[in-house]
Ligand binder design. Structure first.
Ligand code: G3I
Length: 336
């Protein structure tokens, strides 16, 4: 049949999509099959959804997504084994409500990783093992998460070791956002180099790529890809989208944009197409390192950005419109 996005990019990298675990219509499944060859669960494999209660795992939704992915002959990325967000309360607490110690945290994290990575070791070819541990604040290296407060930074090394033991064939990634910021990027690179120096099994770096119409610029993105390439690791773009709103939430421009809520004008559509074309031009240029580009959500019908950074502000961050029709941005990305 007609070519889809993944076919245009078959000589460069895989094209992925983040999916929920609801049932999909036939139209949706054929749309997935046409454009994508990789799937990430948007939420279902995180600690809260998959182990809401200690030792009671909610595997069923993940199992069906894995089955759909297999049936459509697509690869699957795993997201994520260790993240400060979407962790259930029990994880850090004893029965009496007090905070657990480091040994207990290690025990729980190891059990979690062994159970989840182990169960899907033949399904998931790449795992975001540790997610977002680097701080966005200039003066701070690690994010002061509960994990970090209880265990210091050592648990990061262990998480990779455990994931490798549980799923020896999986590529293990470190995944983070705001990677276009040079200060944060240096810290990410410094941390990865530290892992490499200790022979910790880390094979790839995930750039979430939650970007916007106004950033990154071409030179900023090129510098980002160049810096990460120097690590000699596999690079994957793991959560790509492009908000039509400027990133600086407090700025006057942002307020003006908010007033124009739901206005996906022709000008914005054109600017977005141009920007997406630039992203993909650079992805192709670095395709020796980049093995996969995943979009975070399916189409503009629903994006996590509809509720972030403010609730109920419709965004238009993807290549397909609410009816799964290709936007100008799609045409721009396949035109090379
Ligand atoms: O499923 C529950 C439901 O049981 C509950 O009653 C309801 C009430 O709030 O919430 C539902 O959970 C929501 C969940 O998405 C599933 O829809 C959570 O509130 C909501 O916070 C959660 O948001 C997810 C977010 O991660 C959590 O921080 C987004 O869908 C998901 O797209 C987003 O993805 C993250 C990546 O994992 C990591 N990188 C950043 C990216 C965007 O934030």
């Amino acid at each position: 049949g007609e070519k889809g996005l993944k076919d245009y990019y078959k000589d460069y990298f895989d094209i992925g999509v983040a999916l929920p675990t609801r049932n999909f219509s036939e139209a949706e499944t054929s749309f997935f099959k046409k454009h994508f060859n990789s799937v990430t669960a948007e939420n279902a494999m995180k600690i809260q959804p998959i182990q809401p209660v200690q030792n009671q795992y909610n595997f069923a939704p993940v199992d069906s997504l894995v089955a759909v992915t297999r049936r459509l002959n697509m690869k699957m990325r795993g997201h994520t084994l260790c993240w400060h967000n979407q962790v259930p309360d029990w994880f850090f607490k004893r029965e009496d409500g007090s905070t657990i110690d480091k040994a207990t945290l290690y025990d729980r994290l190891k059990t979690h990783i062994y159970t989840v990575a182990g169960r899907y070791k033949n399904d998931i070819y790449a795992w975001d093992v540790v997610n977002e541990v680097i701080s966005d604040k200039k003066e701070e290296f690690y994010r002061p998460s509960k994990f970090y407060e209880i265990a210091g930074a050592d648990y990061i090394d262990s998480a990779y070791t455990w994931a490798h033991e549980a799923a020896p064939d999986a590529l293990l990634f470190y995944n983070d956002y705001n990677e276009i910021d040079s200060t944060k990027r240096s810290k990410i690179i410094q941390m990865i180099r530290g892992l490499q120096a200790k022979n910790i099994p880390v094979h790839g770096i995930g750039l979430q790529a939650h970007w916007a119409l106004n950033e990154p610029s071409e030179s900023q993105l090129e510098q980002t890809l160049k810096d990460f390439s120097a690590l000699g690791l596999n690079i994957q773009i793991t959560e790509l989208d492009m908000s039509i709103y400027p990133k600086e939430h407090q700025s006057r421009e942002w307020d003006a944009a908010r007033d124009k809520n739901t206005l996906y004008t022709n000008d914005i559509a054109n600017a977005q197409a141009e920007k997406y074309a630039m992203f993909f031009k650079l992805f192709r240029k670095y395709s020796k390192q980049i093995s996969s580009v995943t979009f975070w959500n399916i189409s503009d019908k629903h994006s996590w950005l509809d509720d972030f950074p403010v609730k109920n502000r419709k965004d238009y961050p993807l290549l397909f419109d609410k009816d799964l029709q290709p936007k100008k941005a799609y045409e721009a990305v396949i035109d090379f």
